[in-house]
Design a protein around this ligand. Structure first.
Ligand code: AMP
Length: 318
């Protein structure tokens, strides 16, 4: 049996299925979670299907999570989507079910679950969920809402079909999803929209970006800088891709100070692979989009030196 067949057989076997995704979610985490749930609910109306994880107001347009008692896990199948590492799973009851499945598109650094389907060449977990649907199309039902949230996940994780993981399969799947009844251009619009404080932060990022001659760039968003913008840590997501719009920038880091005075590093690249650097600083992720932690402001310089080395090495090999 293929891994997808094994997953489908587990889904058919269980009456209760609980779907988790990662902390600090993005449209792909929620889209793949809510999309899978909507497909399963429509296909197996007799099953109890739940989505759990911290709810964010800004993502209510993609769906709302369920609050469930610990008891529900007793005989449940748990599926964790879009989450590479166990500490990043939102709601740590994920290992309290009877069976655990991981479906993801991040590098498989933390192998967990009774069954694992990890394809790190897929653009998004929403793409994988749609592939799963297509494999068992004769037994599964897609709904307009499932198509809408899966499309939102793909649009989110591909940077509107811009990032290199966008393949002909991604376009084919997105095209099929848009045959359902939802407003695809409204989704593109929602994902692009920012509010005024965020626009001001974007201006700050452009104005204060340090760009090295080799193309390495960074900006530090300290608590002091962030405070007047009155934005939560999550809102900084929208400014993360911005330095990449500059021709001069090859790889960049946005260092966001946390309440405990450590810095969450959001690392992106247009060429050099930066996930090993992220791992060195307690994080990980994709070759071109990773995250890490810098313990204090004193360690920022050494992190940037390491970033420079990665970019230099890449430029030397061009
Ligand atoms: P972010 O900058 O938070 O959007 O993260 C980009 C990617 O890096 C995510 O998709 C995760 O795969 C990965 N990532 C971020 N933070 C961490 C972390 N602390 N540990 C492992 N991977 C991370």
């Amino acid at each position: 049996m293929t891994i997808q067949e094994q997953i489908f057989s587990a889904i058919k076997e269980y009456d209760t299925i609980i779907i988790h995704r990662h902390k600090r979610p993005d449209p792909d985490a929620i889209g793949s979670q809510m999309g899978l749930a909507a497909i399963l609910k429509a296909s197996f109306p007799e099953k109890k299907i739940f989505c759990v994880g911290k709810q964010y107001k800004s993502f209510e347009w993609l769906g709302v999570t369920d609050e469930i008692d610990d008891d529900v896990y007793k005989n449940a199948l748990v599926i964790v989507v879009d989450t590479a590492n166990q500490p990043r799973v939102s709601d740590d009851r994920y290992n309290q079910g009877k069976m655990l499945i991981k479906i993801d598109h991040h590098p498989n650094d933390d192998q967990f679950g009774d069954l694992m389907w990890v394809d790190d060449e897929a653009s998004s977990t929403s793409e994988l969920i749609t592939v799963f649907y297509e494999l068992f199309e004769d037994q599964l039902k897609m709904t307009d809402n499932a198509a809408r949230v899966l499309y939102a996940g793909i649009v989110g994780d591909t940077g509107r079909f811009k990032y290199p993981a966008t393949t002909s399969r991604t376009f084919a799947i997105a095209a099929k999803l848009t045959e359902y009844d939802f407003d695809a251009s409204a989704i593109n619009q929602i994902e692009d929209e920012i509010d005024l404080p965020l626009a001001h932060l974007a201006a700050y990022v452009y104005n204060n970006l340090t760009i090295h001659e080799n193309g390495a760039a960074y900006v530090v968003l300290s608590n002091e800088v962030l405070e007047p913008f009155n934005l939560g840590d999550e809102s900084t997501s929208a400014v993360v891709p911005l330095p990449g719009n500059l021709k001069e920038v090859v790889s960049w880091a946005i260092l966001v100070e946390q309440k405990d005075e450590t810095f969450r590093v959001r690392l992106r690249s247009k060429g050099p692979q930066i996930n090993e650097l992220a791992k060195k600083y307690g994080g990980g992720g994709h070759p071109l989009a990773s995250g890490a932690i810098v313990e204090s402001s004193q360690d920022i310089d050494s992190f940037i030196e390491d970033l420079d080395i990665v970019v230099d090495r890449y430029q030397d090999n061009l």
